[in-house]
Design a protein around this ligand. Sequence first.
Ligand code: MLT
Ligand code: MN
Ligand code: ZN
Length: 302
Amino acid sequence: MLLQVLGTAAGGGLPQWNCACPGCAGARAHPHRRRRHASLAVRVADHRWYVVNAGPDLTDQIEAAPALHPGPGLRDTPVVGVVLTDAELDHTLGIARLREARTGVEVWATPPVRHALLNGLRLGDVLGPYTPLEWRELGPDPQPLGDAIELSALPISAKRPRYAHELPPPPGARDDLSWAVALLLHEPSTGARAVYAPALAAWPDALQKAVEDADCVLVDGTFWDDDEPVRTGISPRTATAMGHLPIDGPDGTAHRLTGIRGRCLYTHLNNTNPLTDPDAAEHTRLTALGLEVAAERMVIEL
Ligand code: MLT
Ligand code: MN
Ligand code: ZN
């Protein structure tokens, strides 16, 4: 299985345009600390890739990843489509950046996520005159993604994006835990397994099993500890209340991931997270637990 990290920051990126926090100032002073919005490319066949979550930086991220460059034909692209873990703006605005697509944009999403994009963002109405959105339903049963990969989604939470808070549910649909999912990627030919979960409001037992089975997990590293958003002044709500289990602490994800067999990488780092500073002491703590922070543009071969 071949994965290409396209970005590792939470909404706003690093630096965020209107933020002078130490993390953002540090990234302005030291460009190698910059992080684009969290996104991952998955190779599903020779010269065919899906992008998992489409952030506002998507087209720059494609330019920074030679495997995703177009050719040999004038408008041939190896980017086949987009898979979504949720409907948050930092994971979906990039779909609009694909409006030049010649034959439509394939989008894999759970029913509530599709509903939010069509009826909250009205992405179908906006993009329709440019290129059609071709919807594929993402669910708990494994489905083929290209030739090489099987994809399934593990329901995590009912946390809606803010723009969809008041959106009436679609007729007949349940308002379920698939507003945010963890993606399970399996390559039957090699047995390789990966988990991608940048928005973890909860840690269901099924997720614990999936991370224990995986060769690599890329998970929500938005906040180091629960109090970080309050302490740094960006929000009156704790990390958990914002839908992101923190890394550290009794309800943190680090202790659940310590000792798992596979490689564990944190992604979707908020600009307030001390891990955005490569010299922070928190890196030593993480390394001691055998856990890592995903690097921009890293390639993971499983
Ligand atoms: C999140 O990760 O919780 C969302 O992206 C929040 C936001 O951007 O409003
Ligand atoms: Mn986010
Ligand atoms: Zn900042």
